[in-house]
Design a protein around this ligand. Sequence first.
Ligand SMILES: [Mg+2]
Length: 275
Amino acid sequence: MAVANKDMVGVQEETPSAPRFETLVFDLDDTLYPLSSGLAHACRLNIESYMVEKMGIDPAKVPDICTTLYKSYGTTMAGLWAEGYYFDHDDFHKYVHGRLPYHLLRPDPILRNLLQSMPQPKYIFTNADKIHAAVVLKKLGVEDMFEGILCFETFNTHCAIAKERREAGEQDVKLDVSVPIVCKPSIACMGEAVQLLGINPAKTLYFDDSARNIFGGKRVGLHTVLVGSPIACDGADHHVSSIHNVRESIPEIWAEPHFFDELRLSRKIAVETVA
Ligand SMILES: [Mg+2]
């Protein structure tokens, strides 16, 4: 499974048997597993703890700041950076994700079977870092189900380069504070994802639990599925209470290939009969 980079751009061939949706793109957290897992809550606590311990922010103000930044910038991390807090992004990820209770995630055979049955190529598109994405997918038992992962490092290459230089032994590698963090739901991030994957957004189904991300996805022309909600939101073409319910809610993911298969088969039989 590869992490997407700028070289991933490619055009998918359109054939008469192409299904209505050519590509499936999935958010990771709270989309492939439920919010009730407790991971999101633990993540929020870790972020708040980081703000207190590493940044010296008043603990009484942290929850409000956290919420405001999340709403304004897409992620609290992006907001902290934009507001002038200097921190190492890799250190942030290690602190916030590195201590998550991953044991709460269990292999999900229903999800695996579902993904396996979907004929389209599938990609992960997450704001989280690649280590977190890899751990979650492995815990769920679906790490081999995706063609690639779009993650924090994909859209913030200067951070990935700084990390590589540090790991190579270079001392005092500093990040450029003038470079903003790129993340969902910004149009820049959504648009870059479409470009990197080389997909036709009109023929791509995008799954996410965040109403803001769904709205962002719709703005770049994606077909959207709000996951984990009994009601729709602005920009949602579909909504499902769980990723497990996709087969019932969006049968066209499977229907058209079967239709074309049957069509091809009937033509073949007709030709053979005539011959
Ligand atoms: Mg999510």
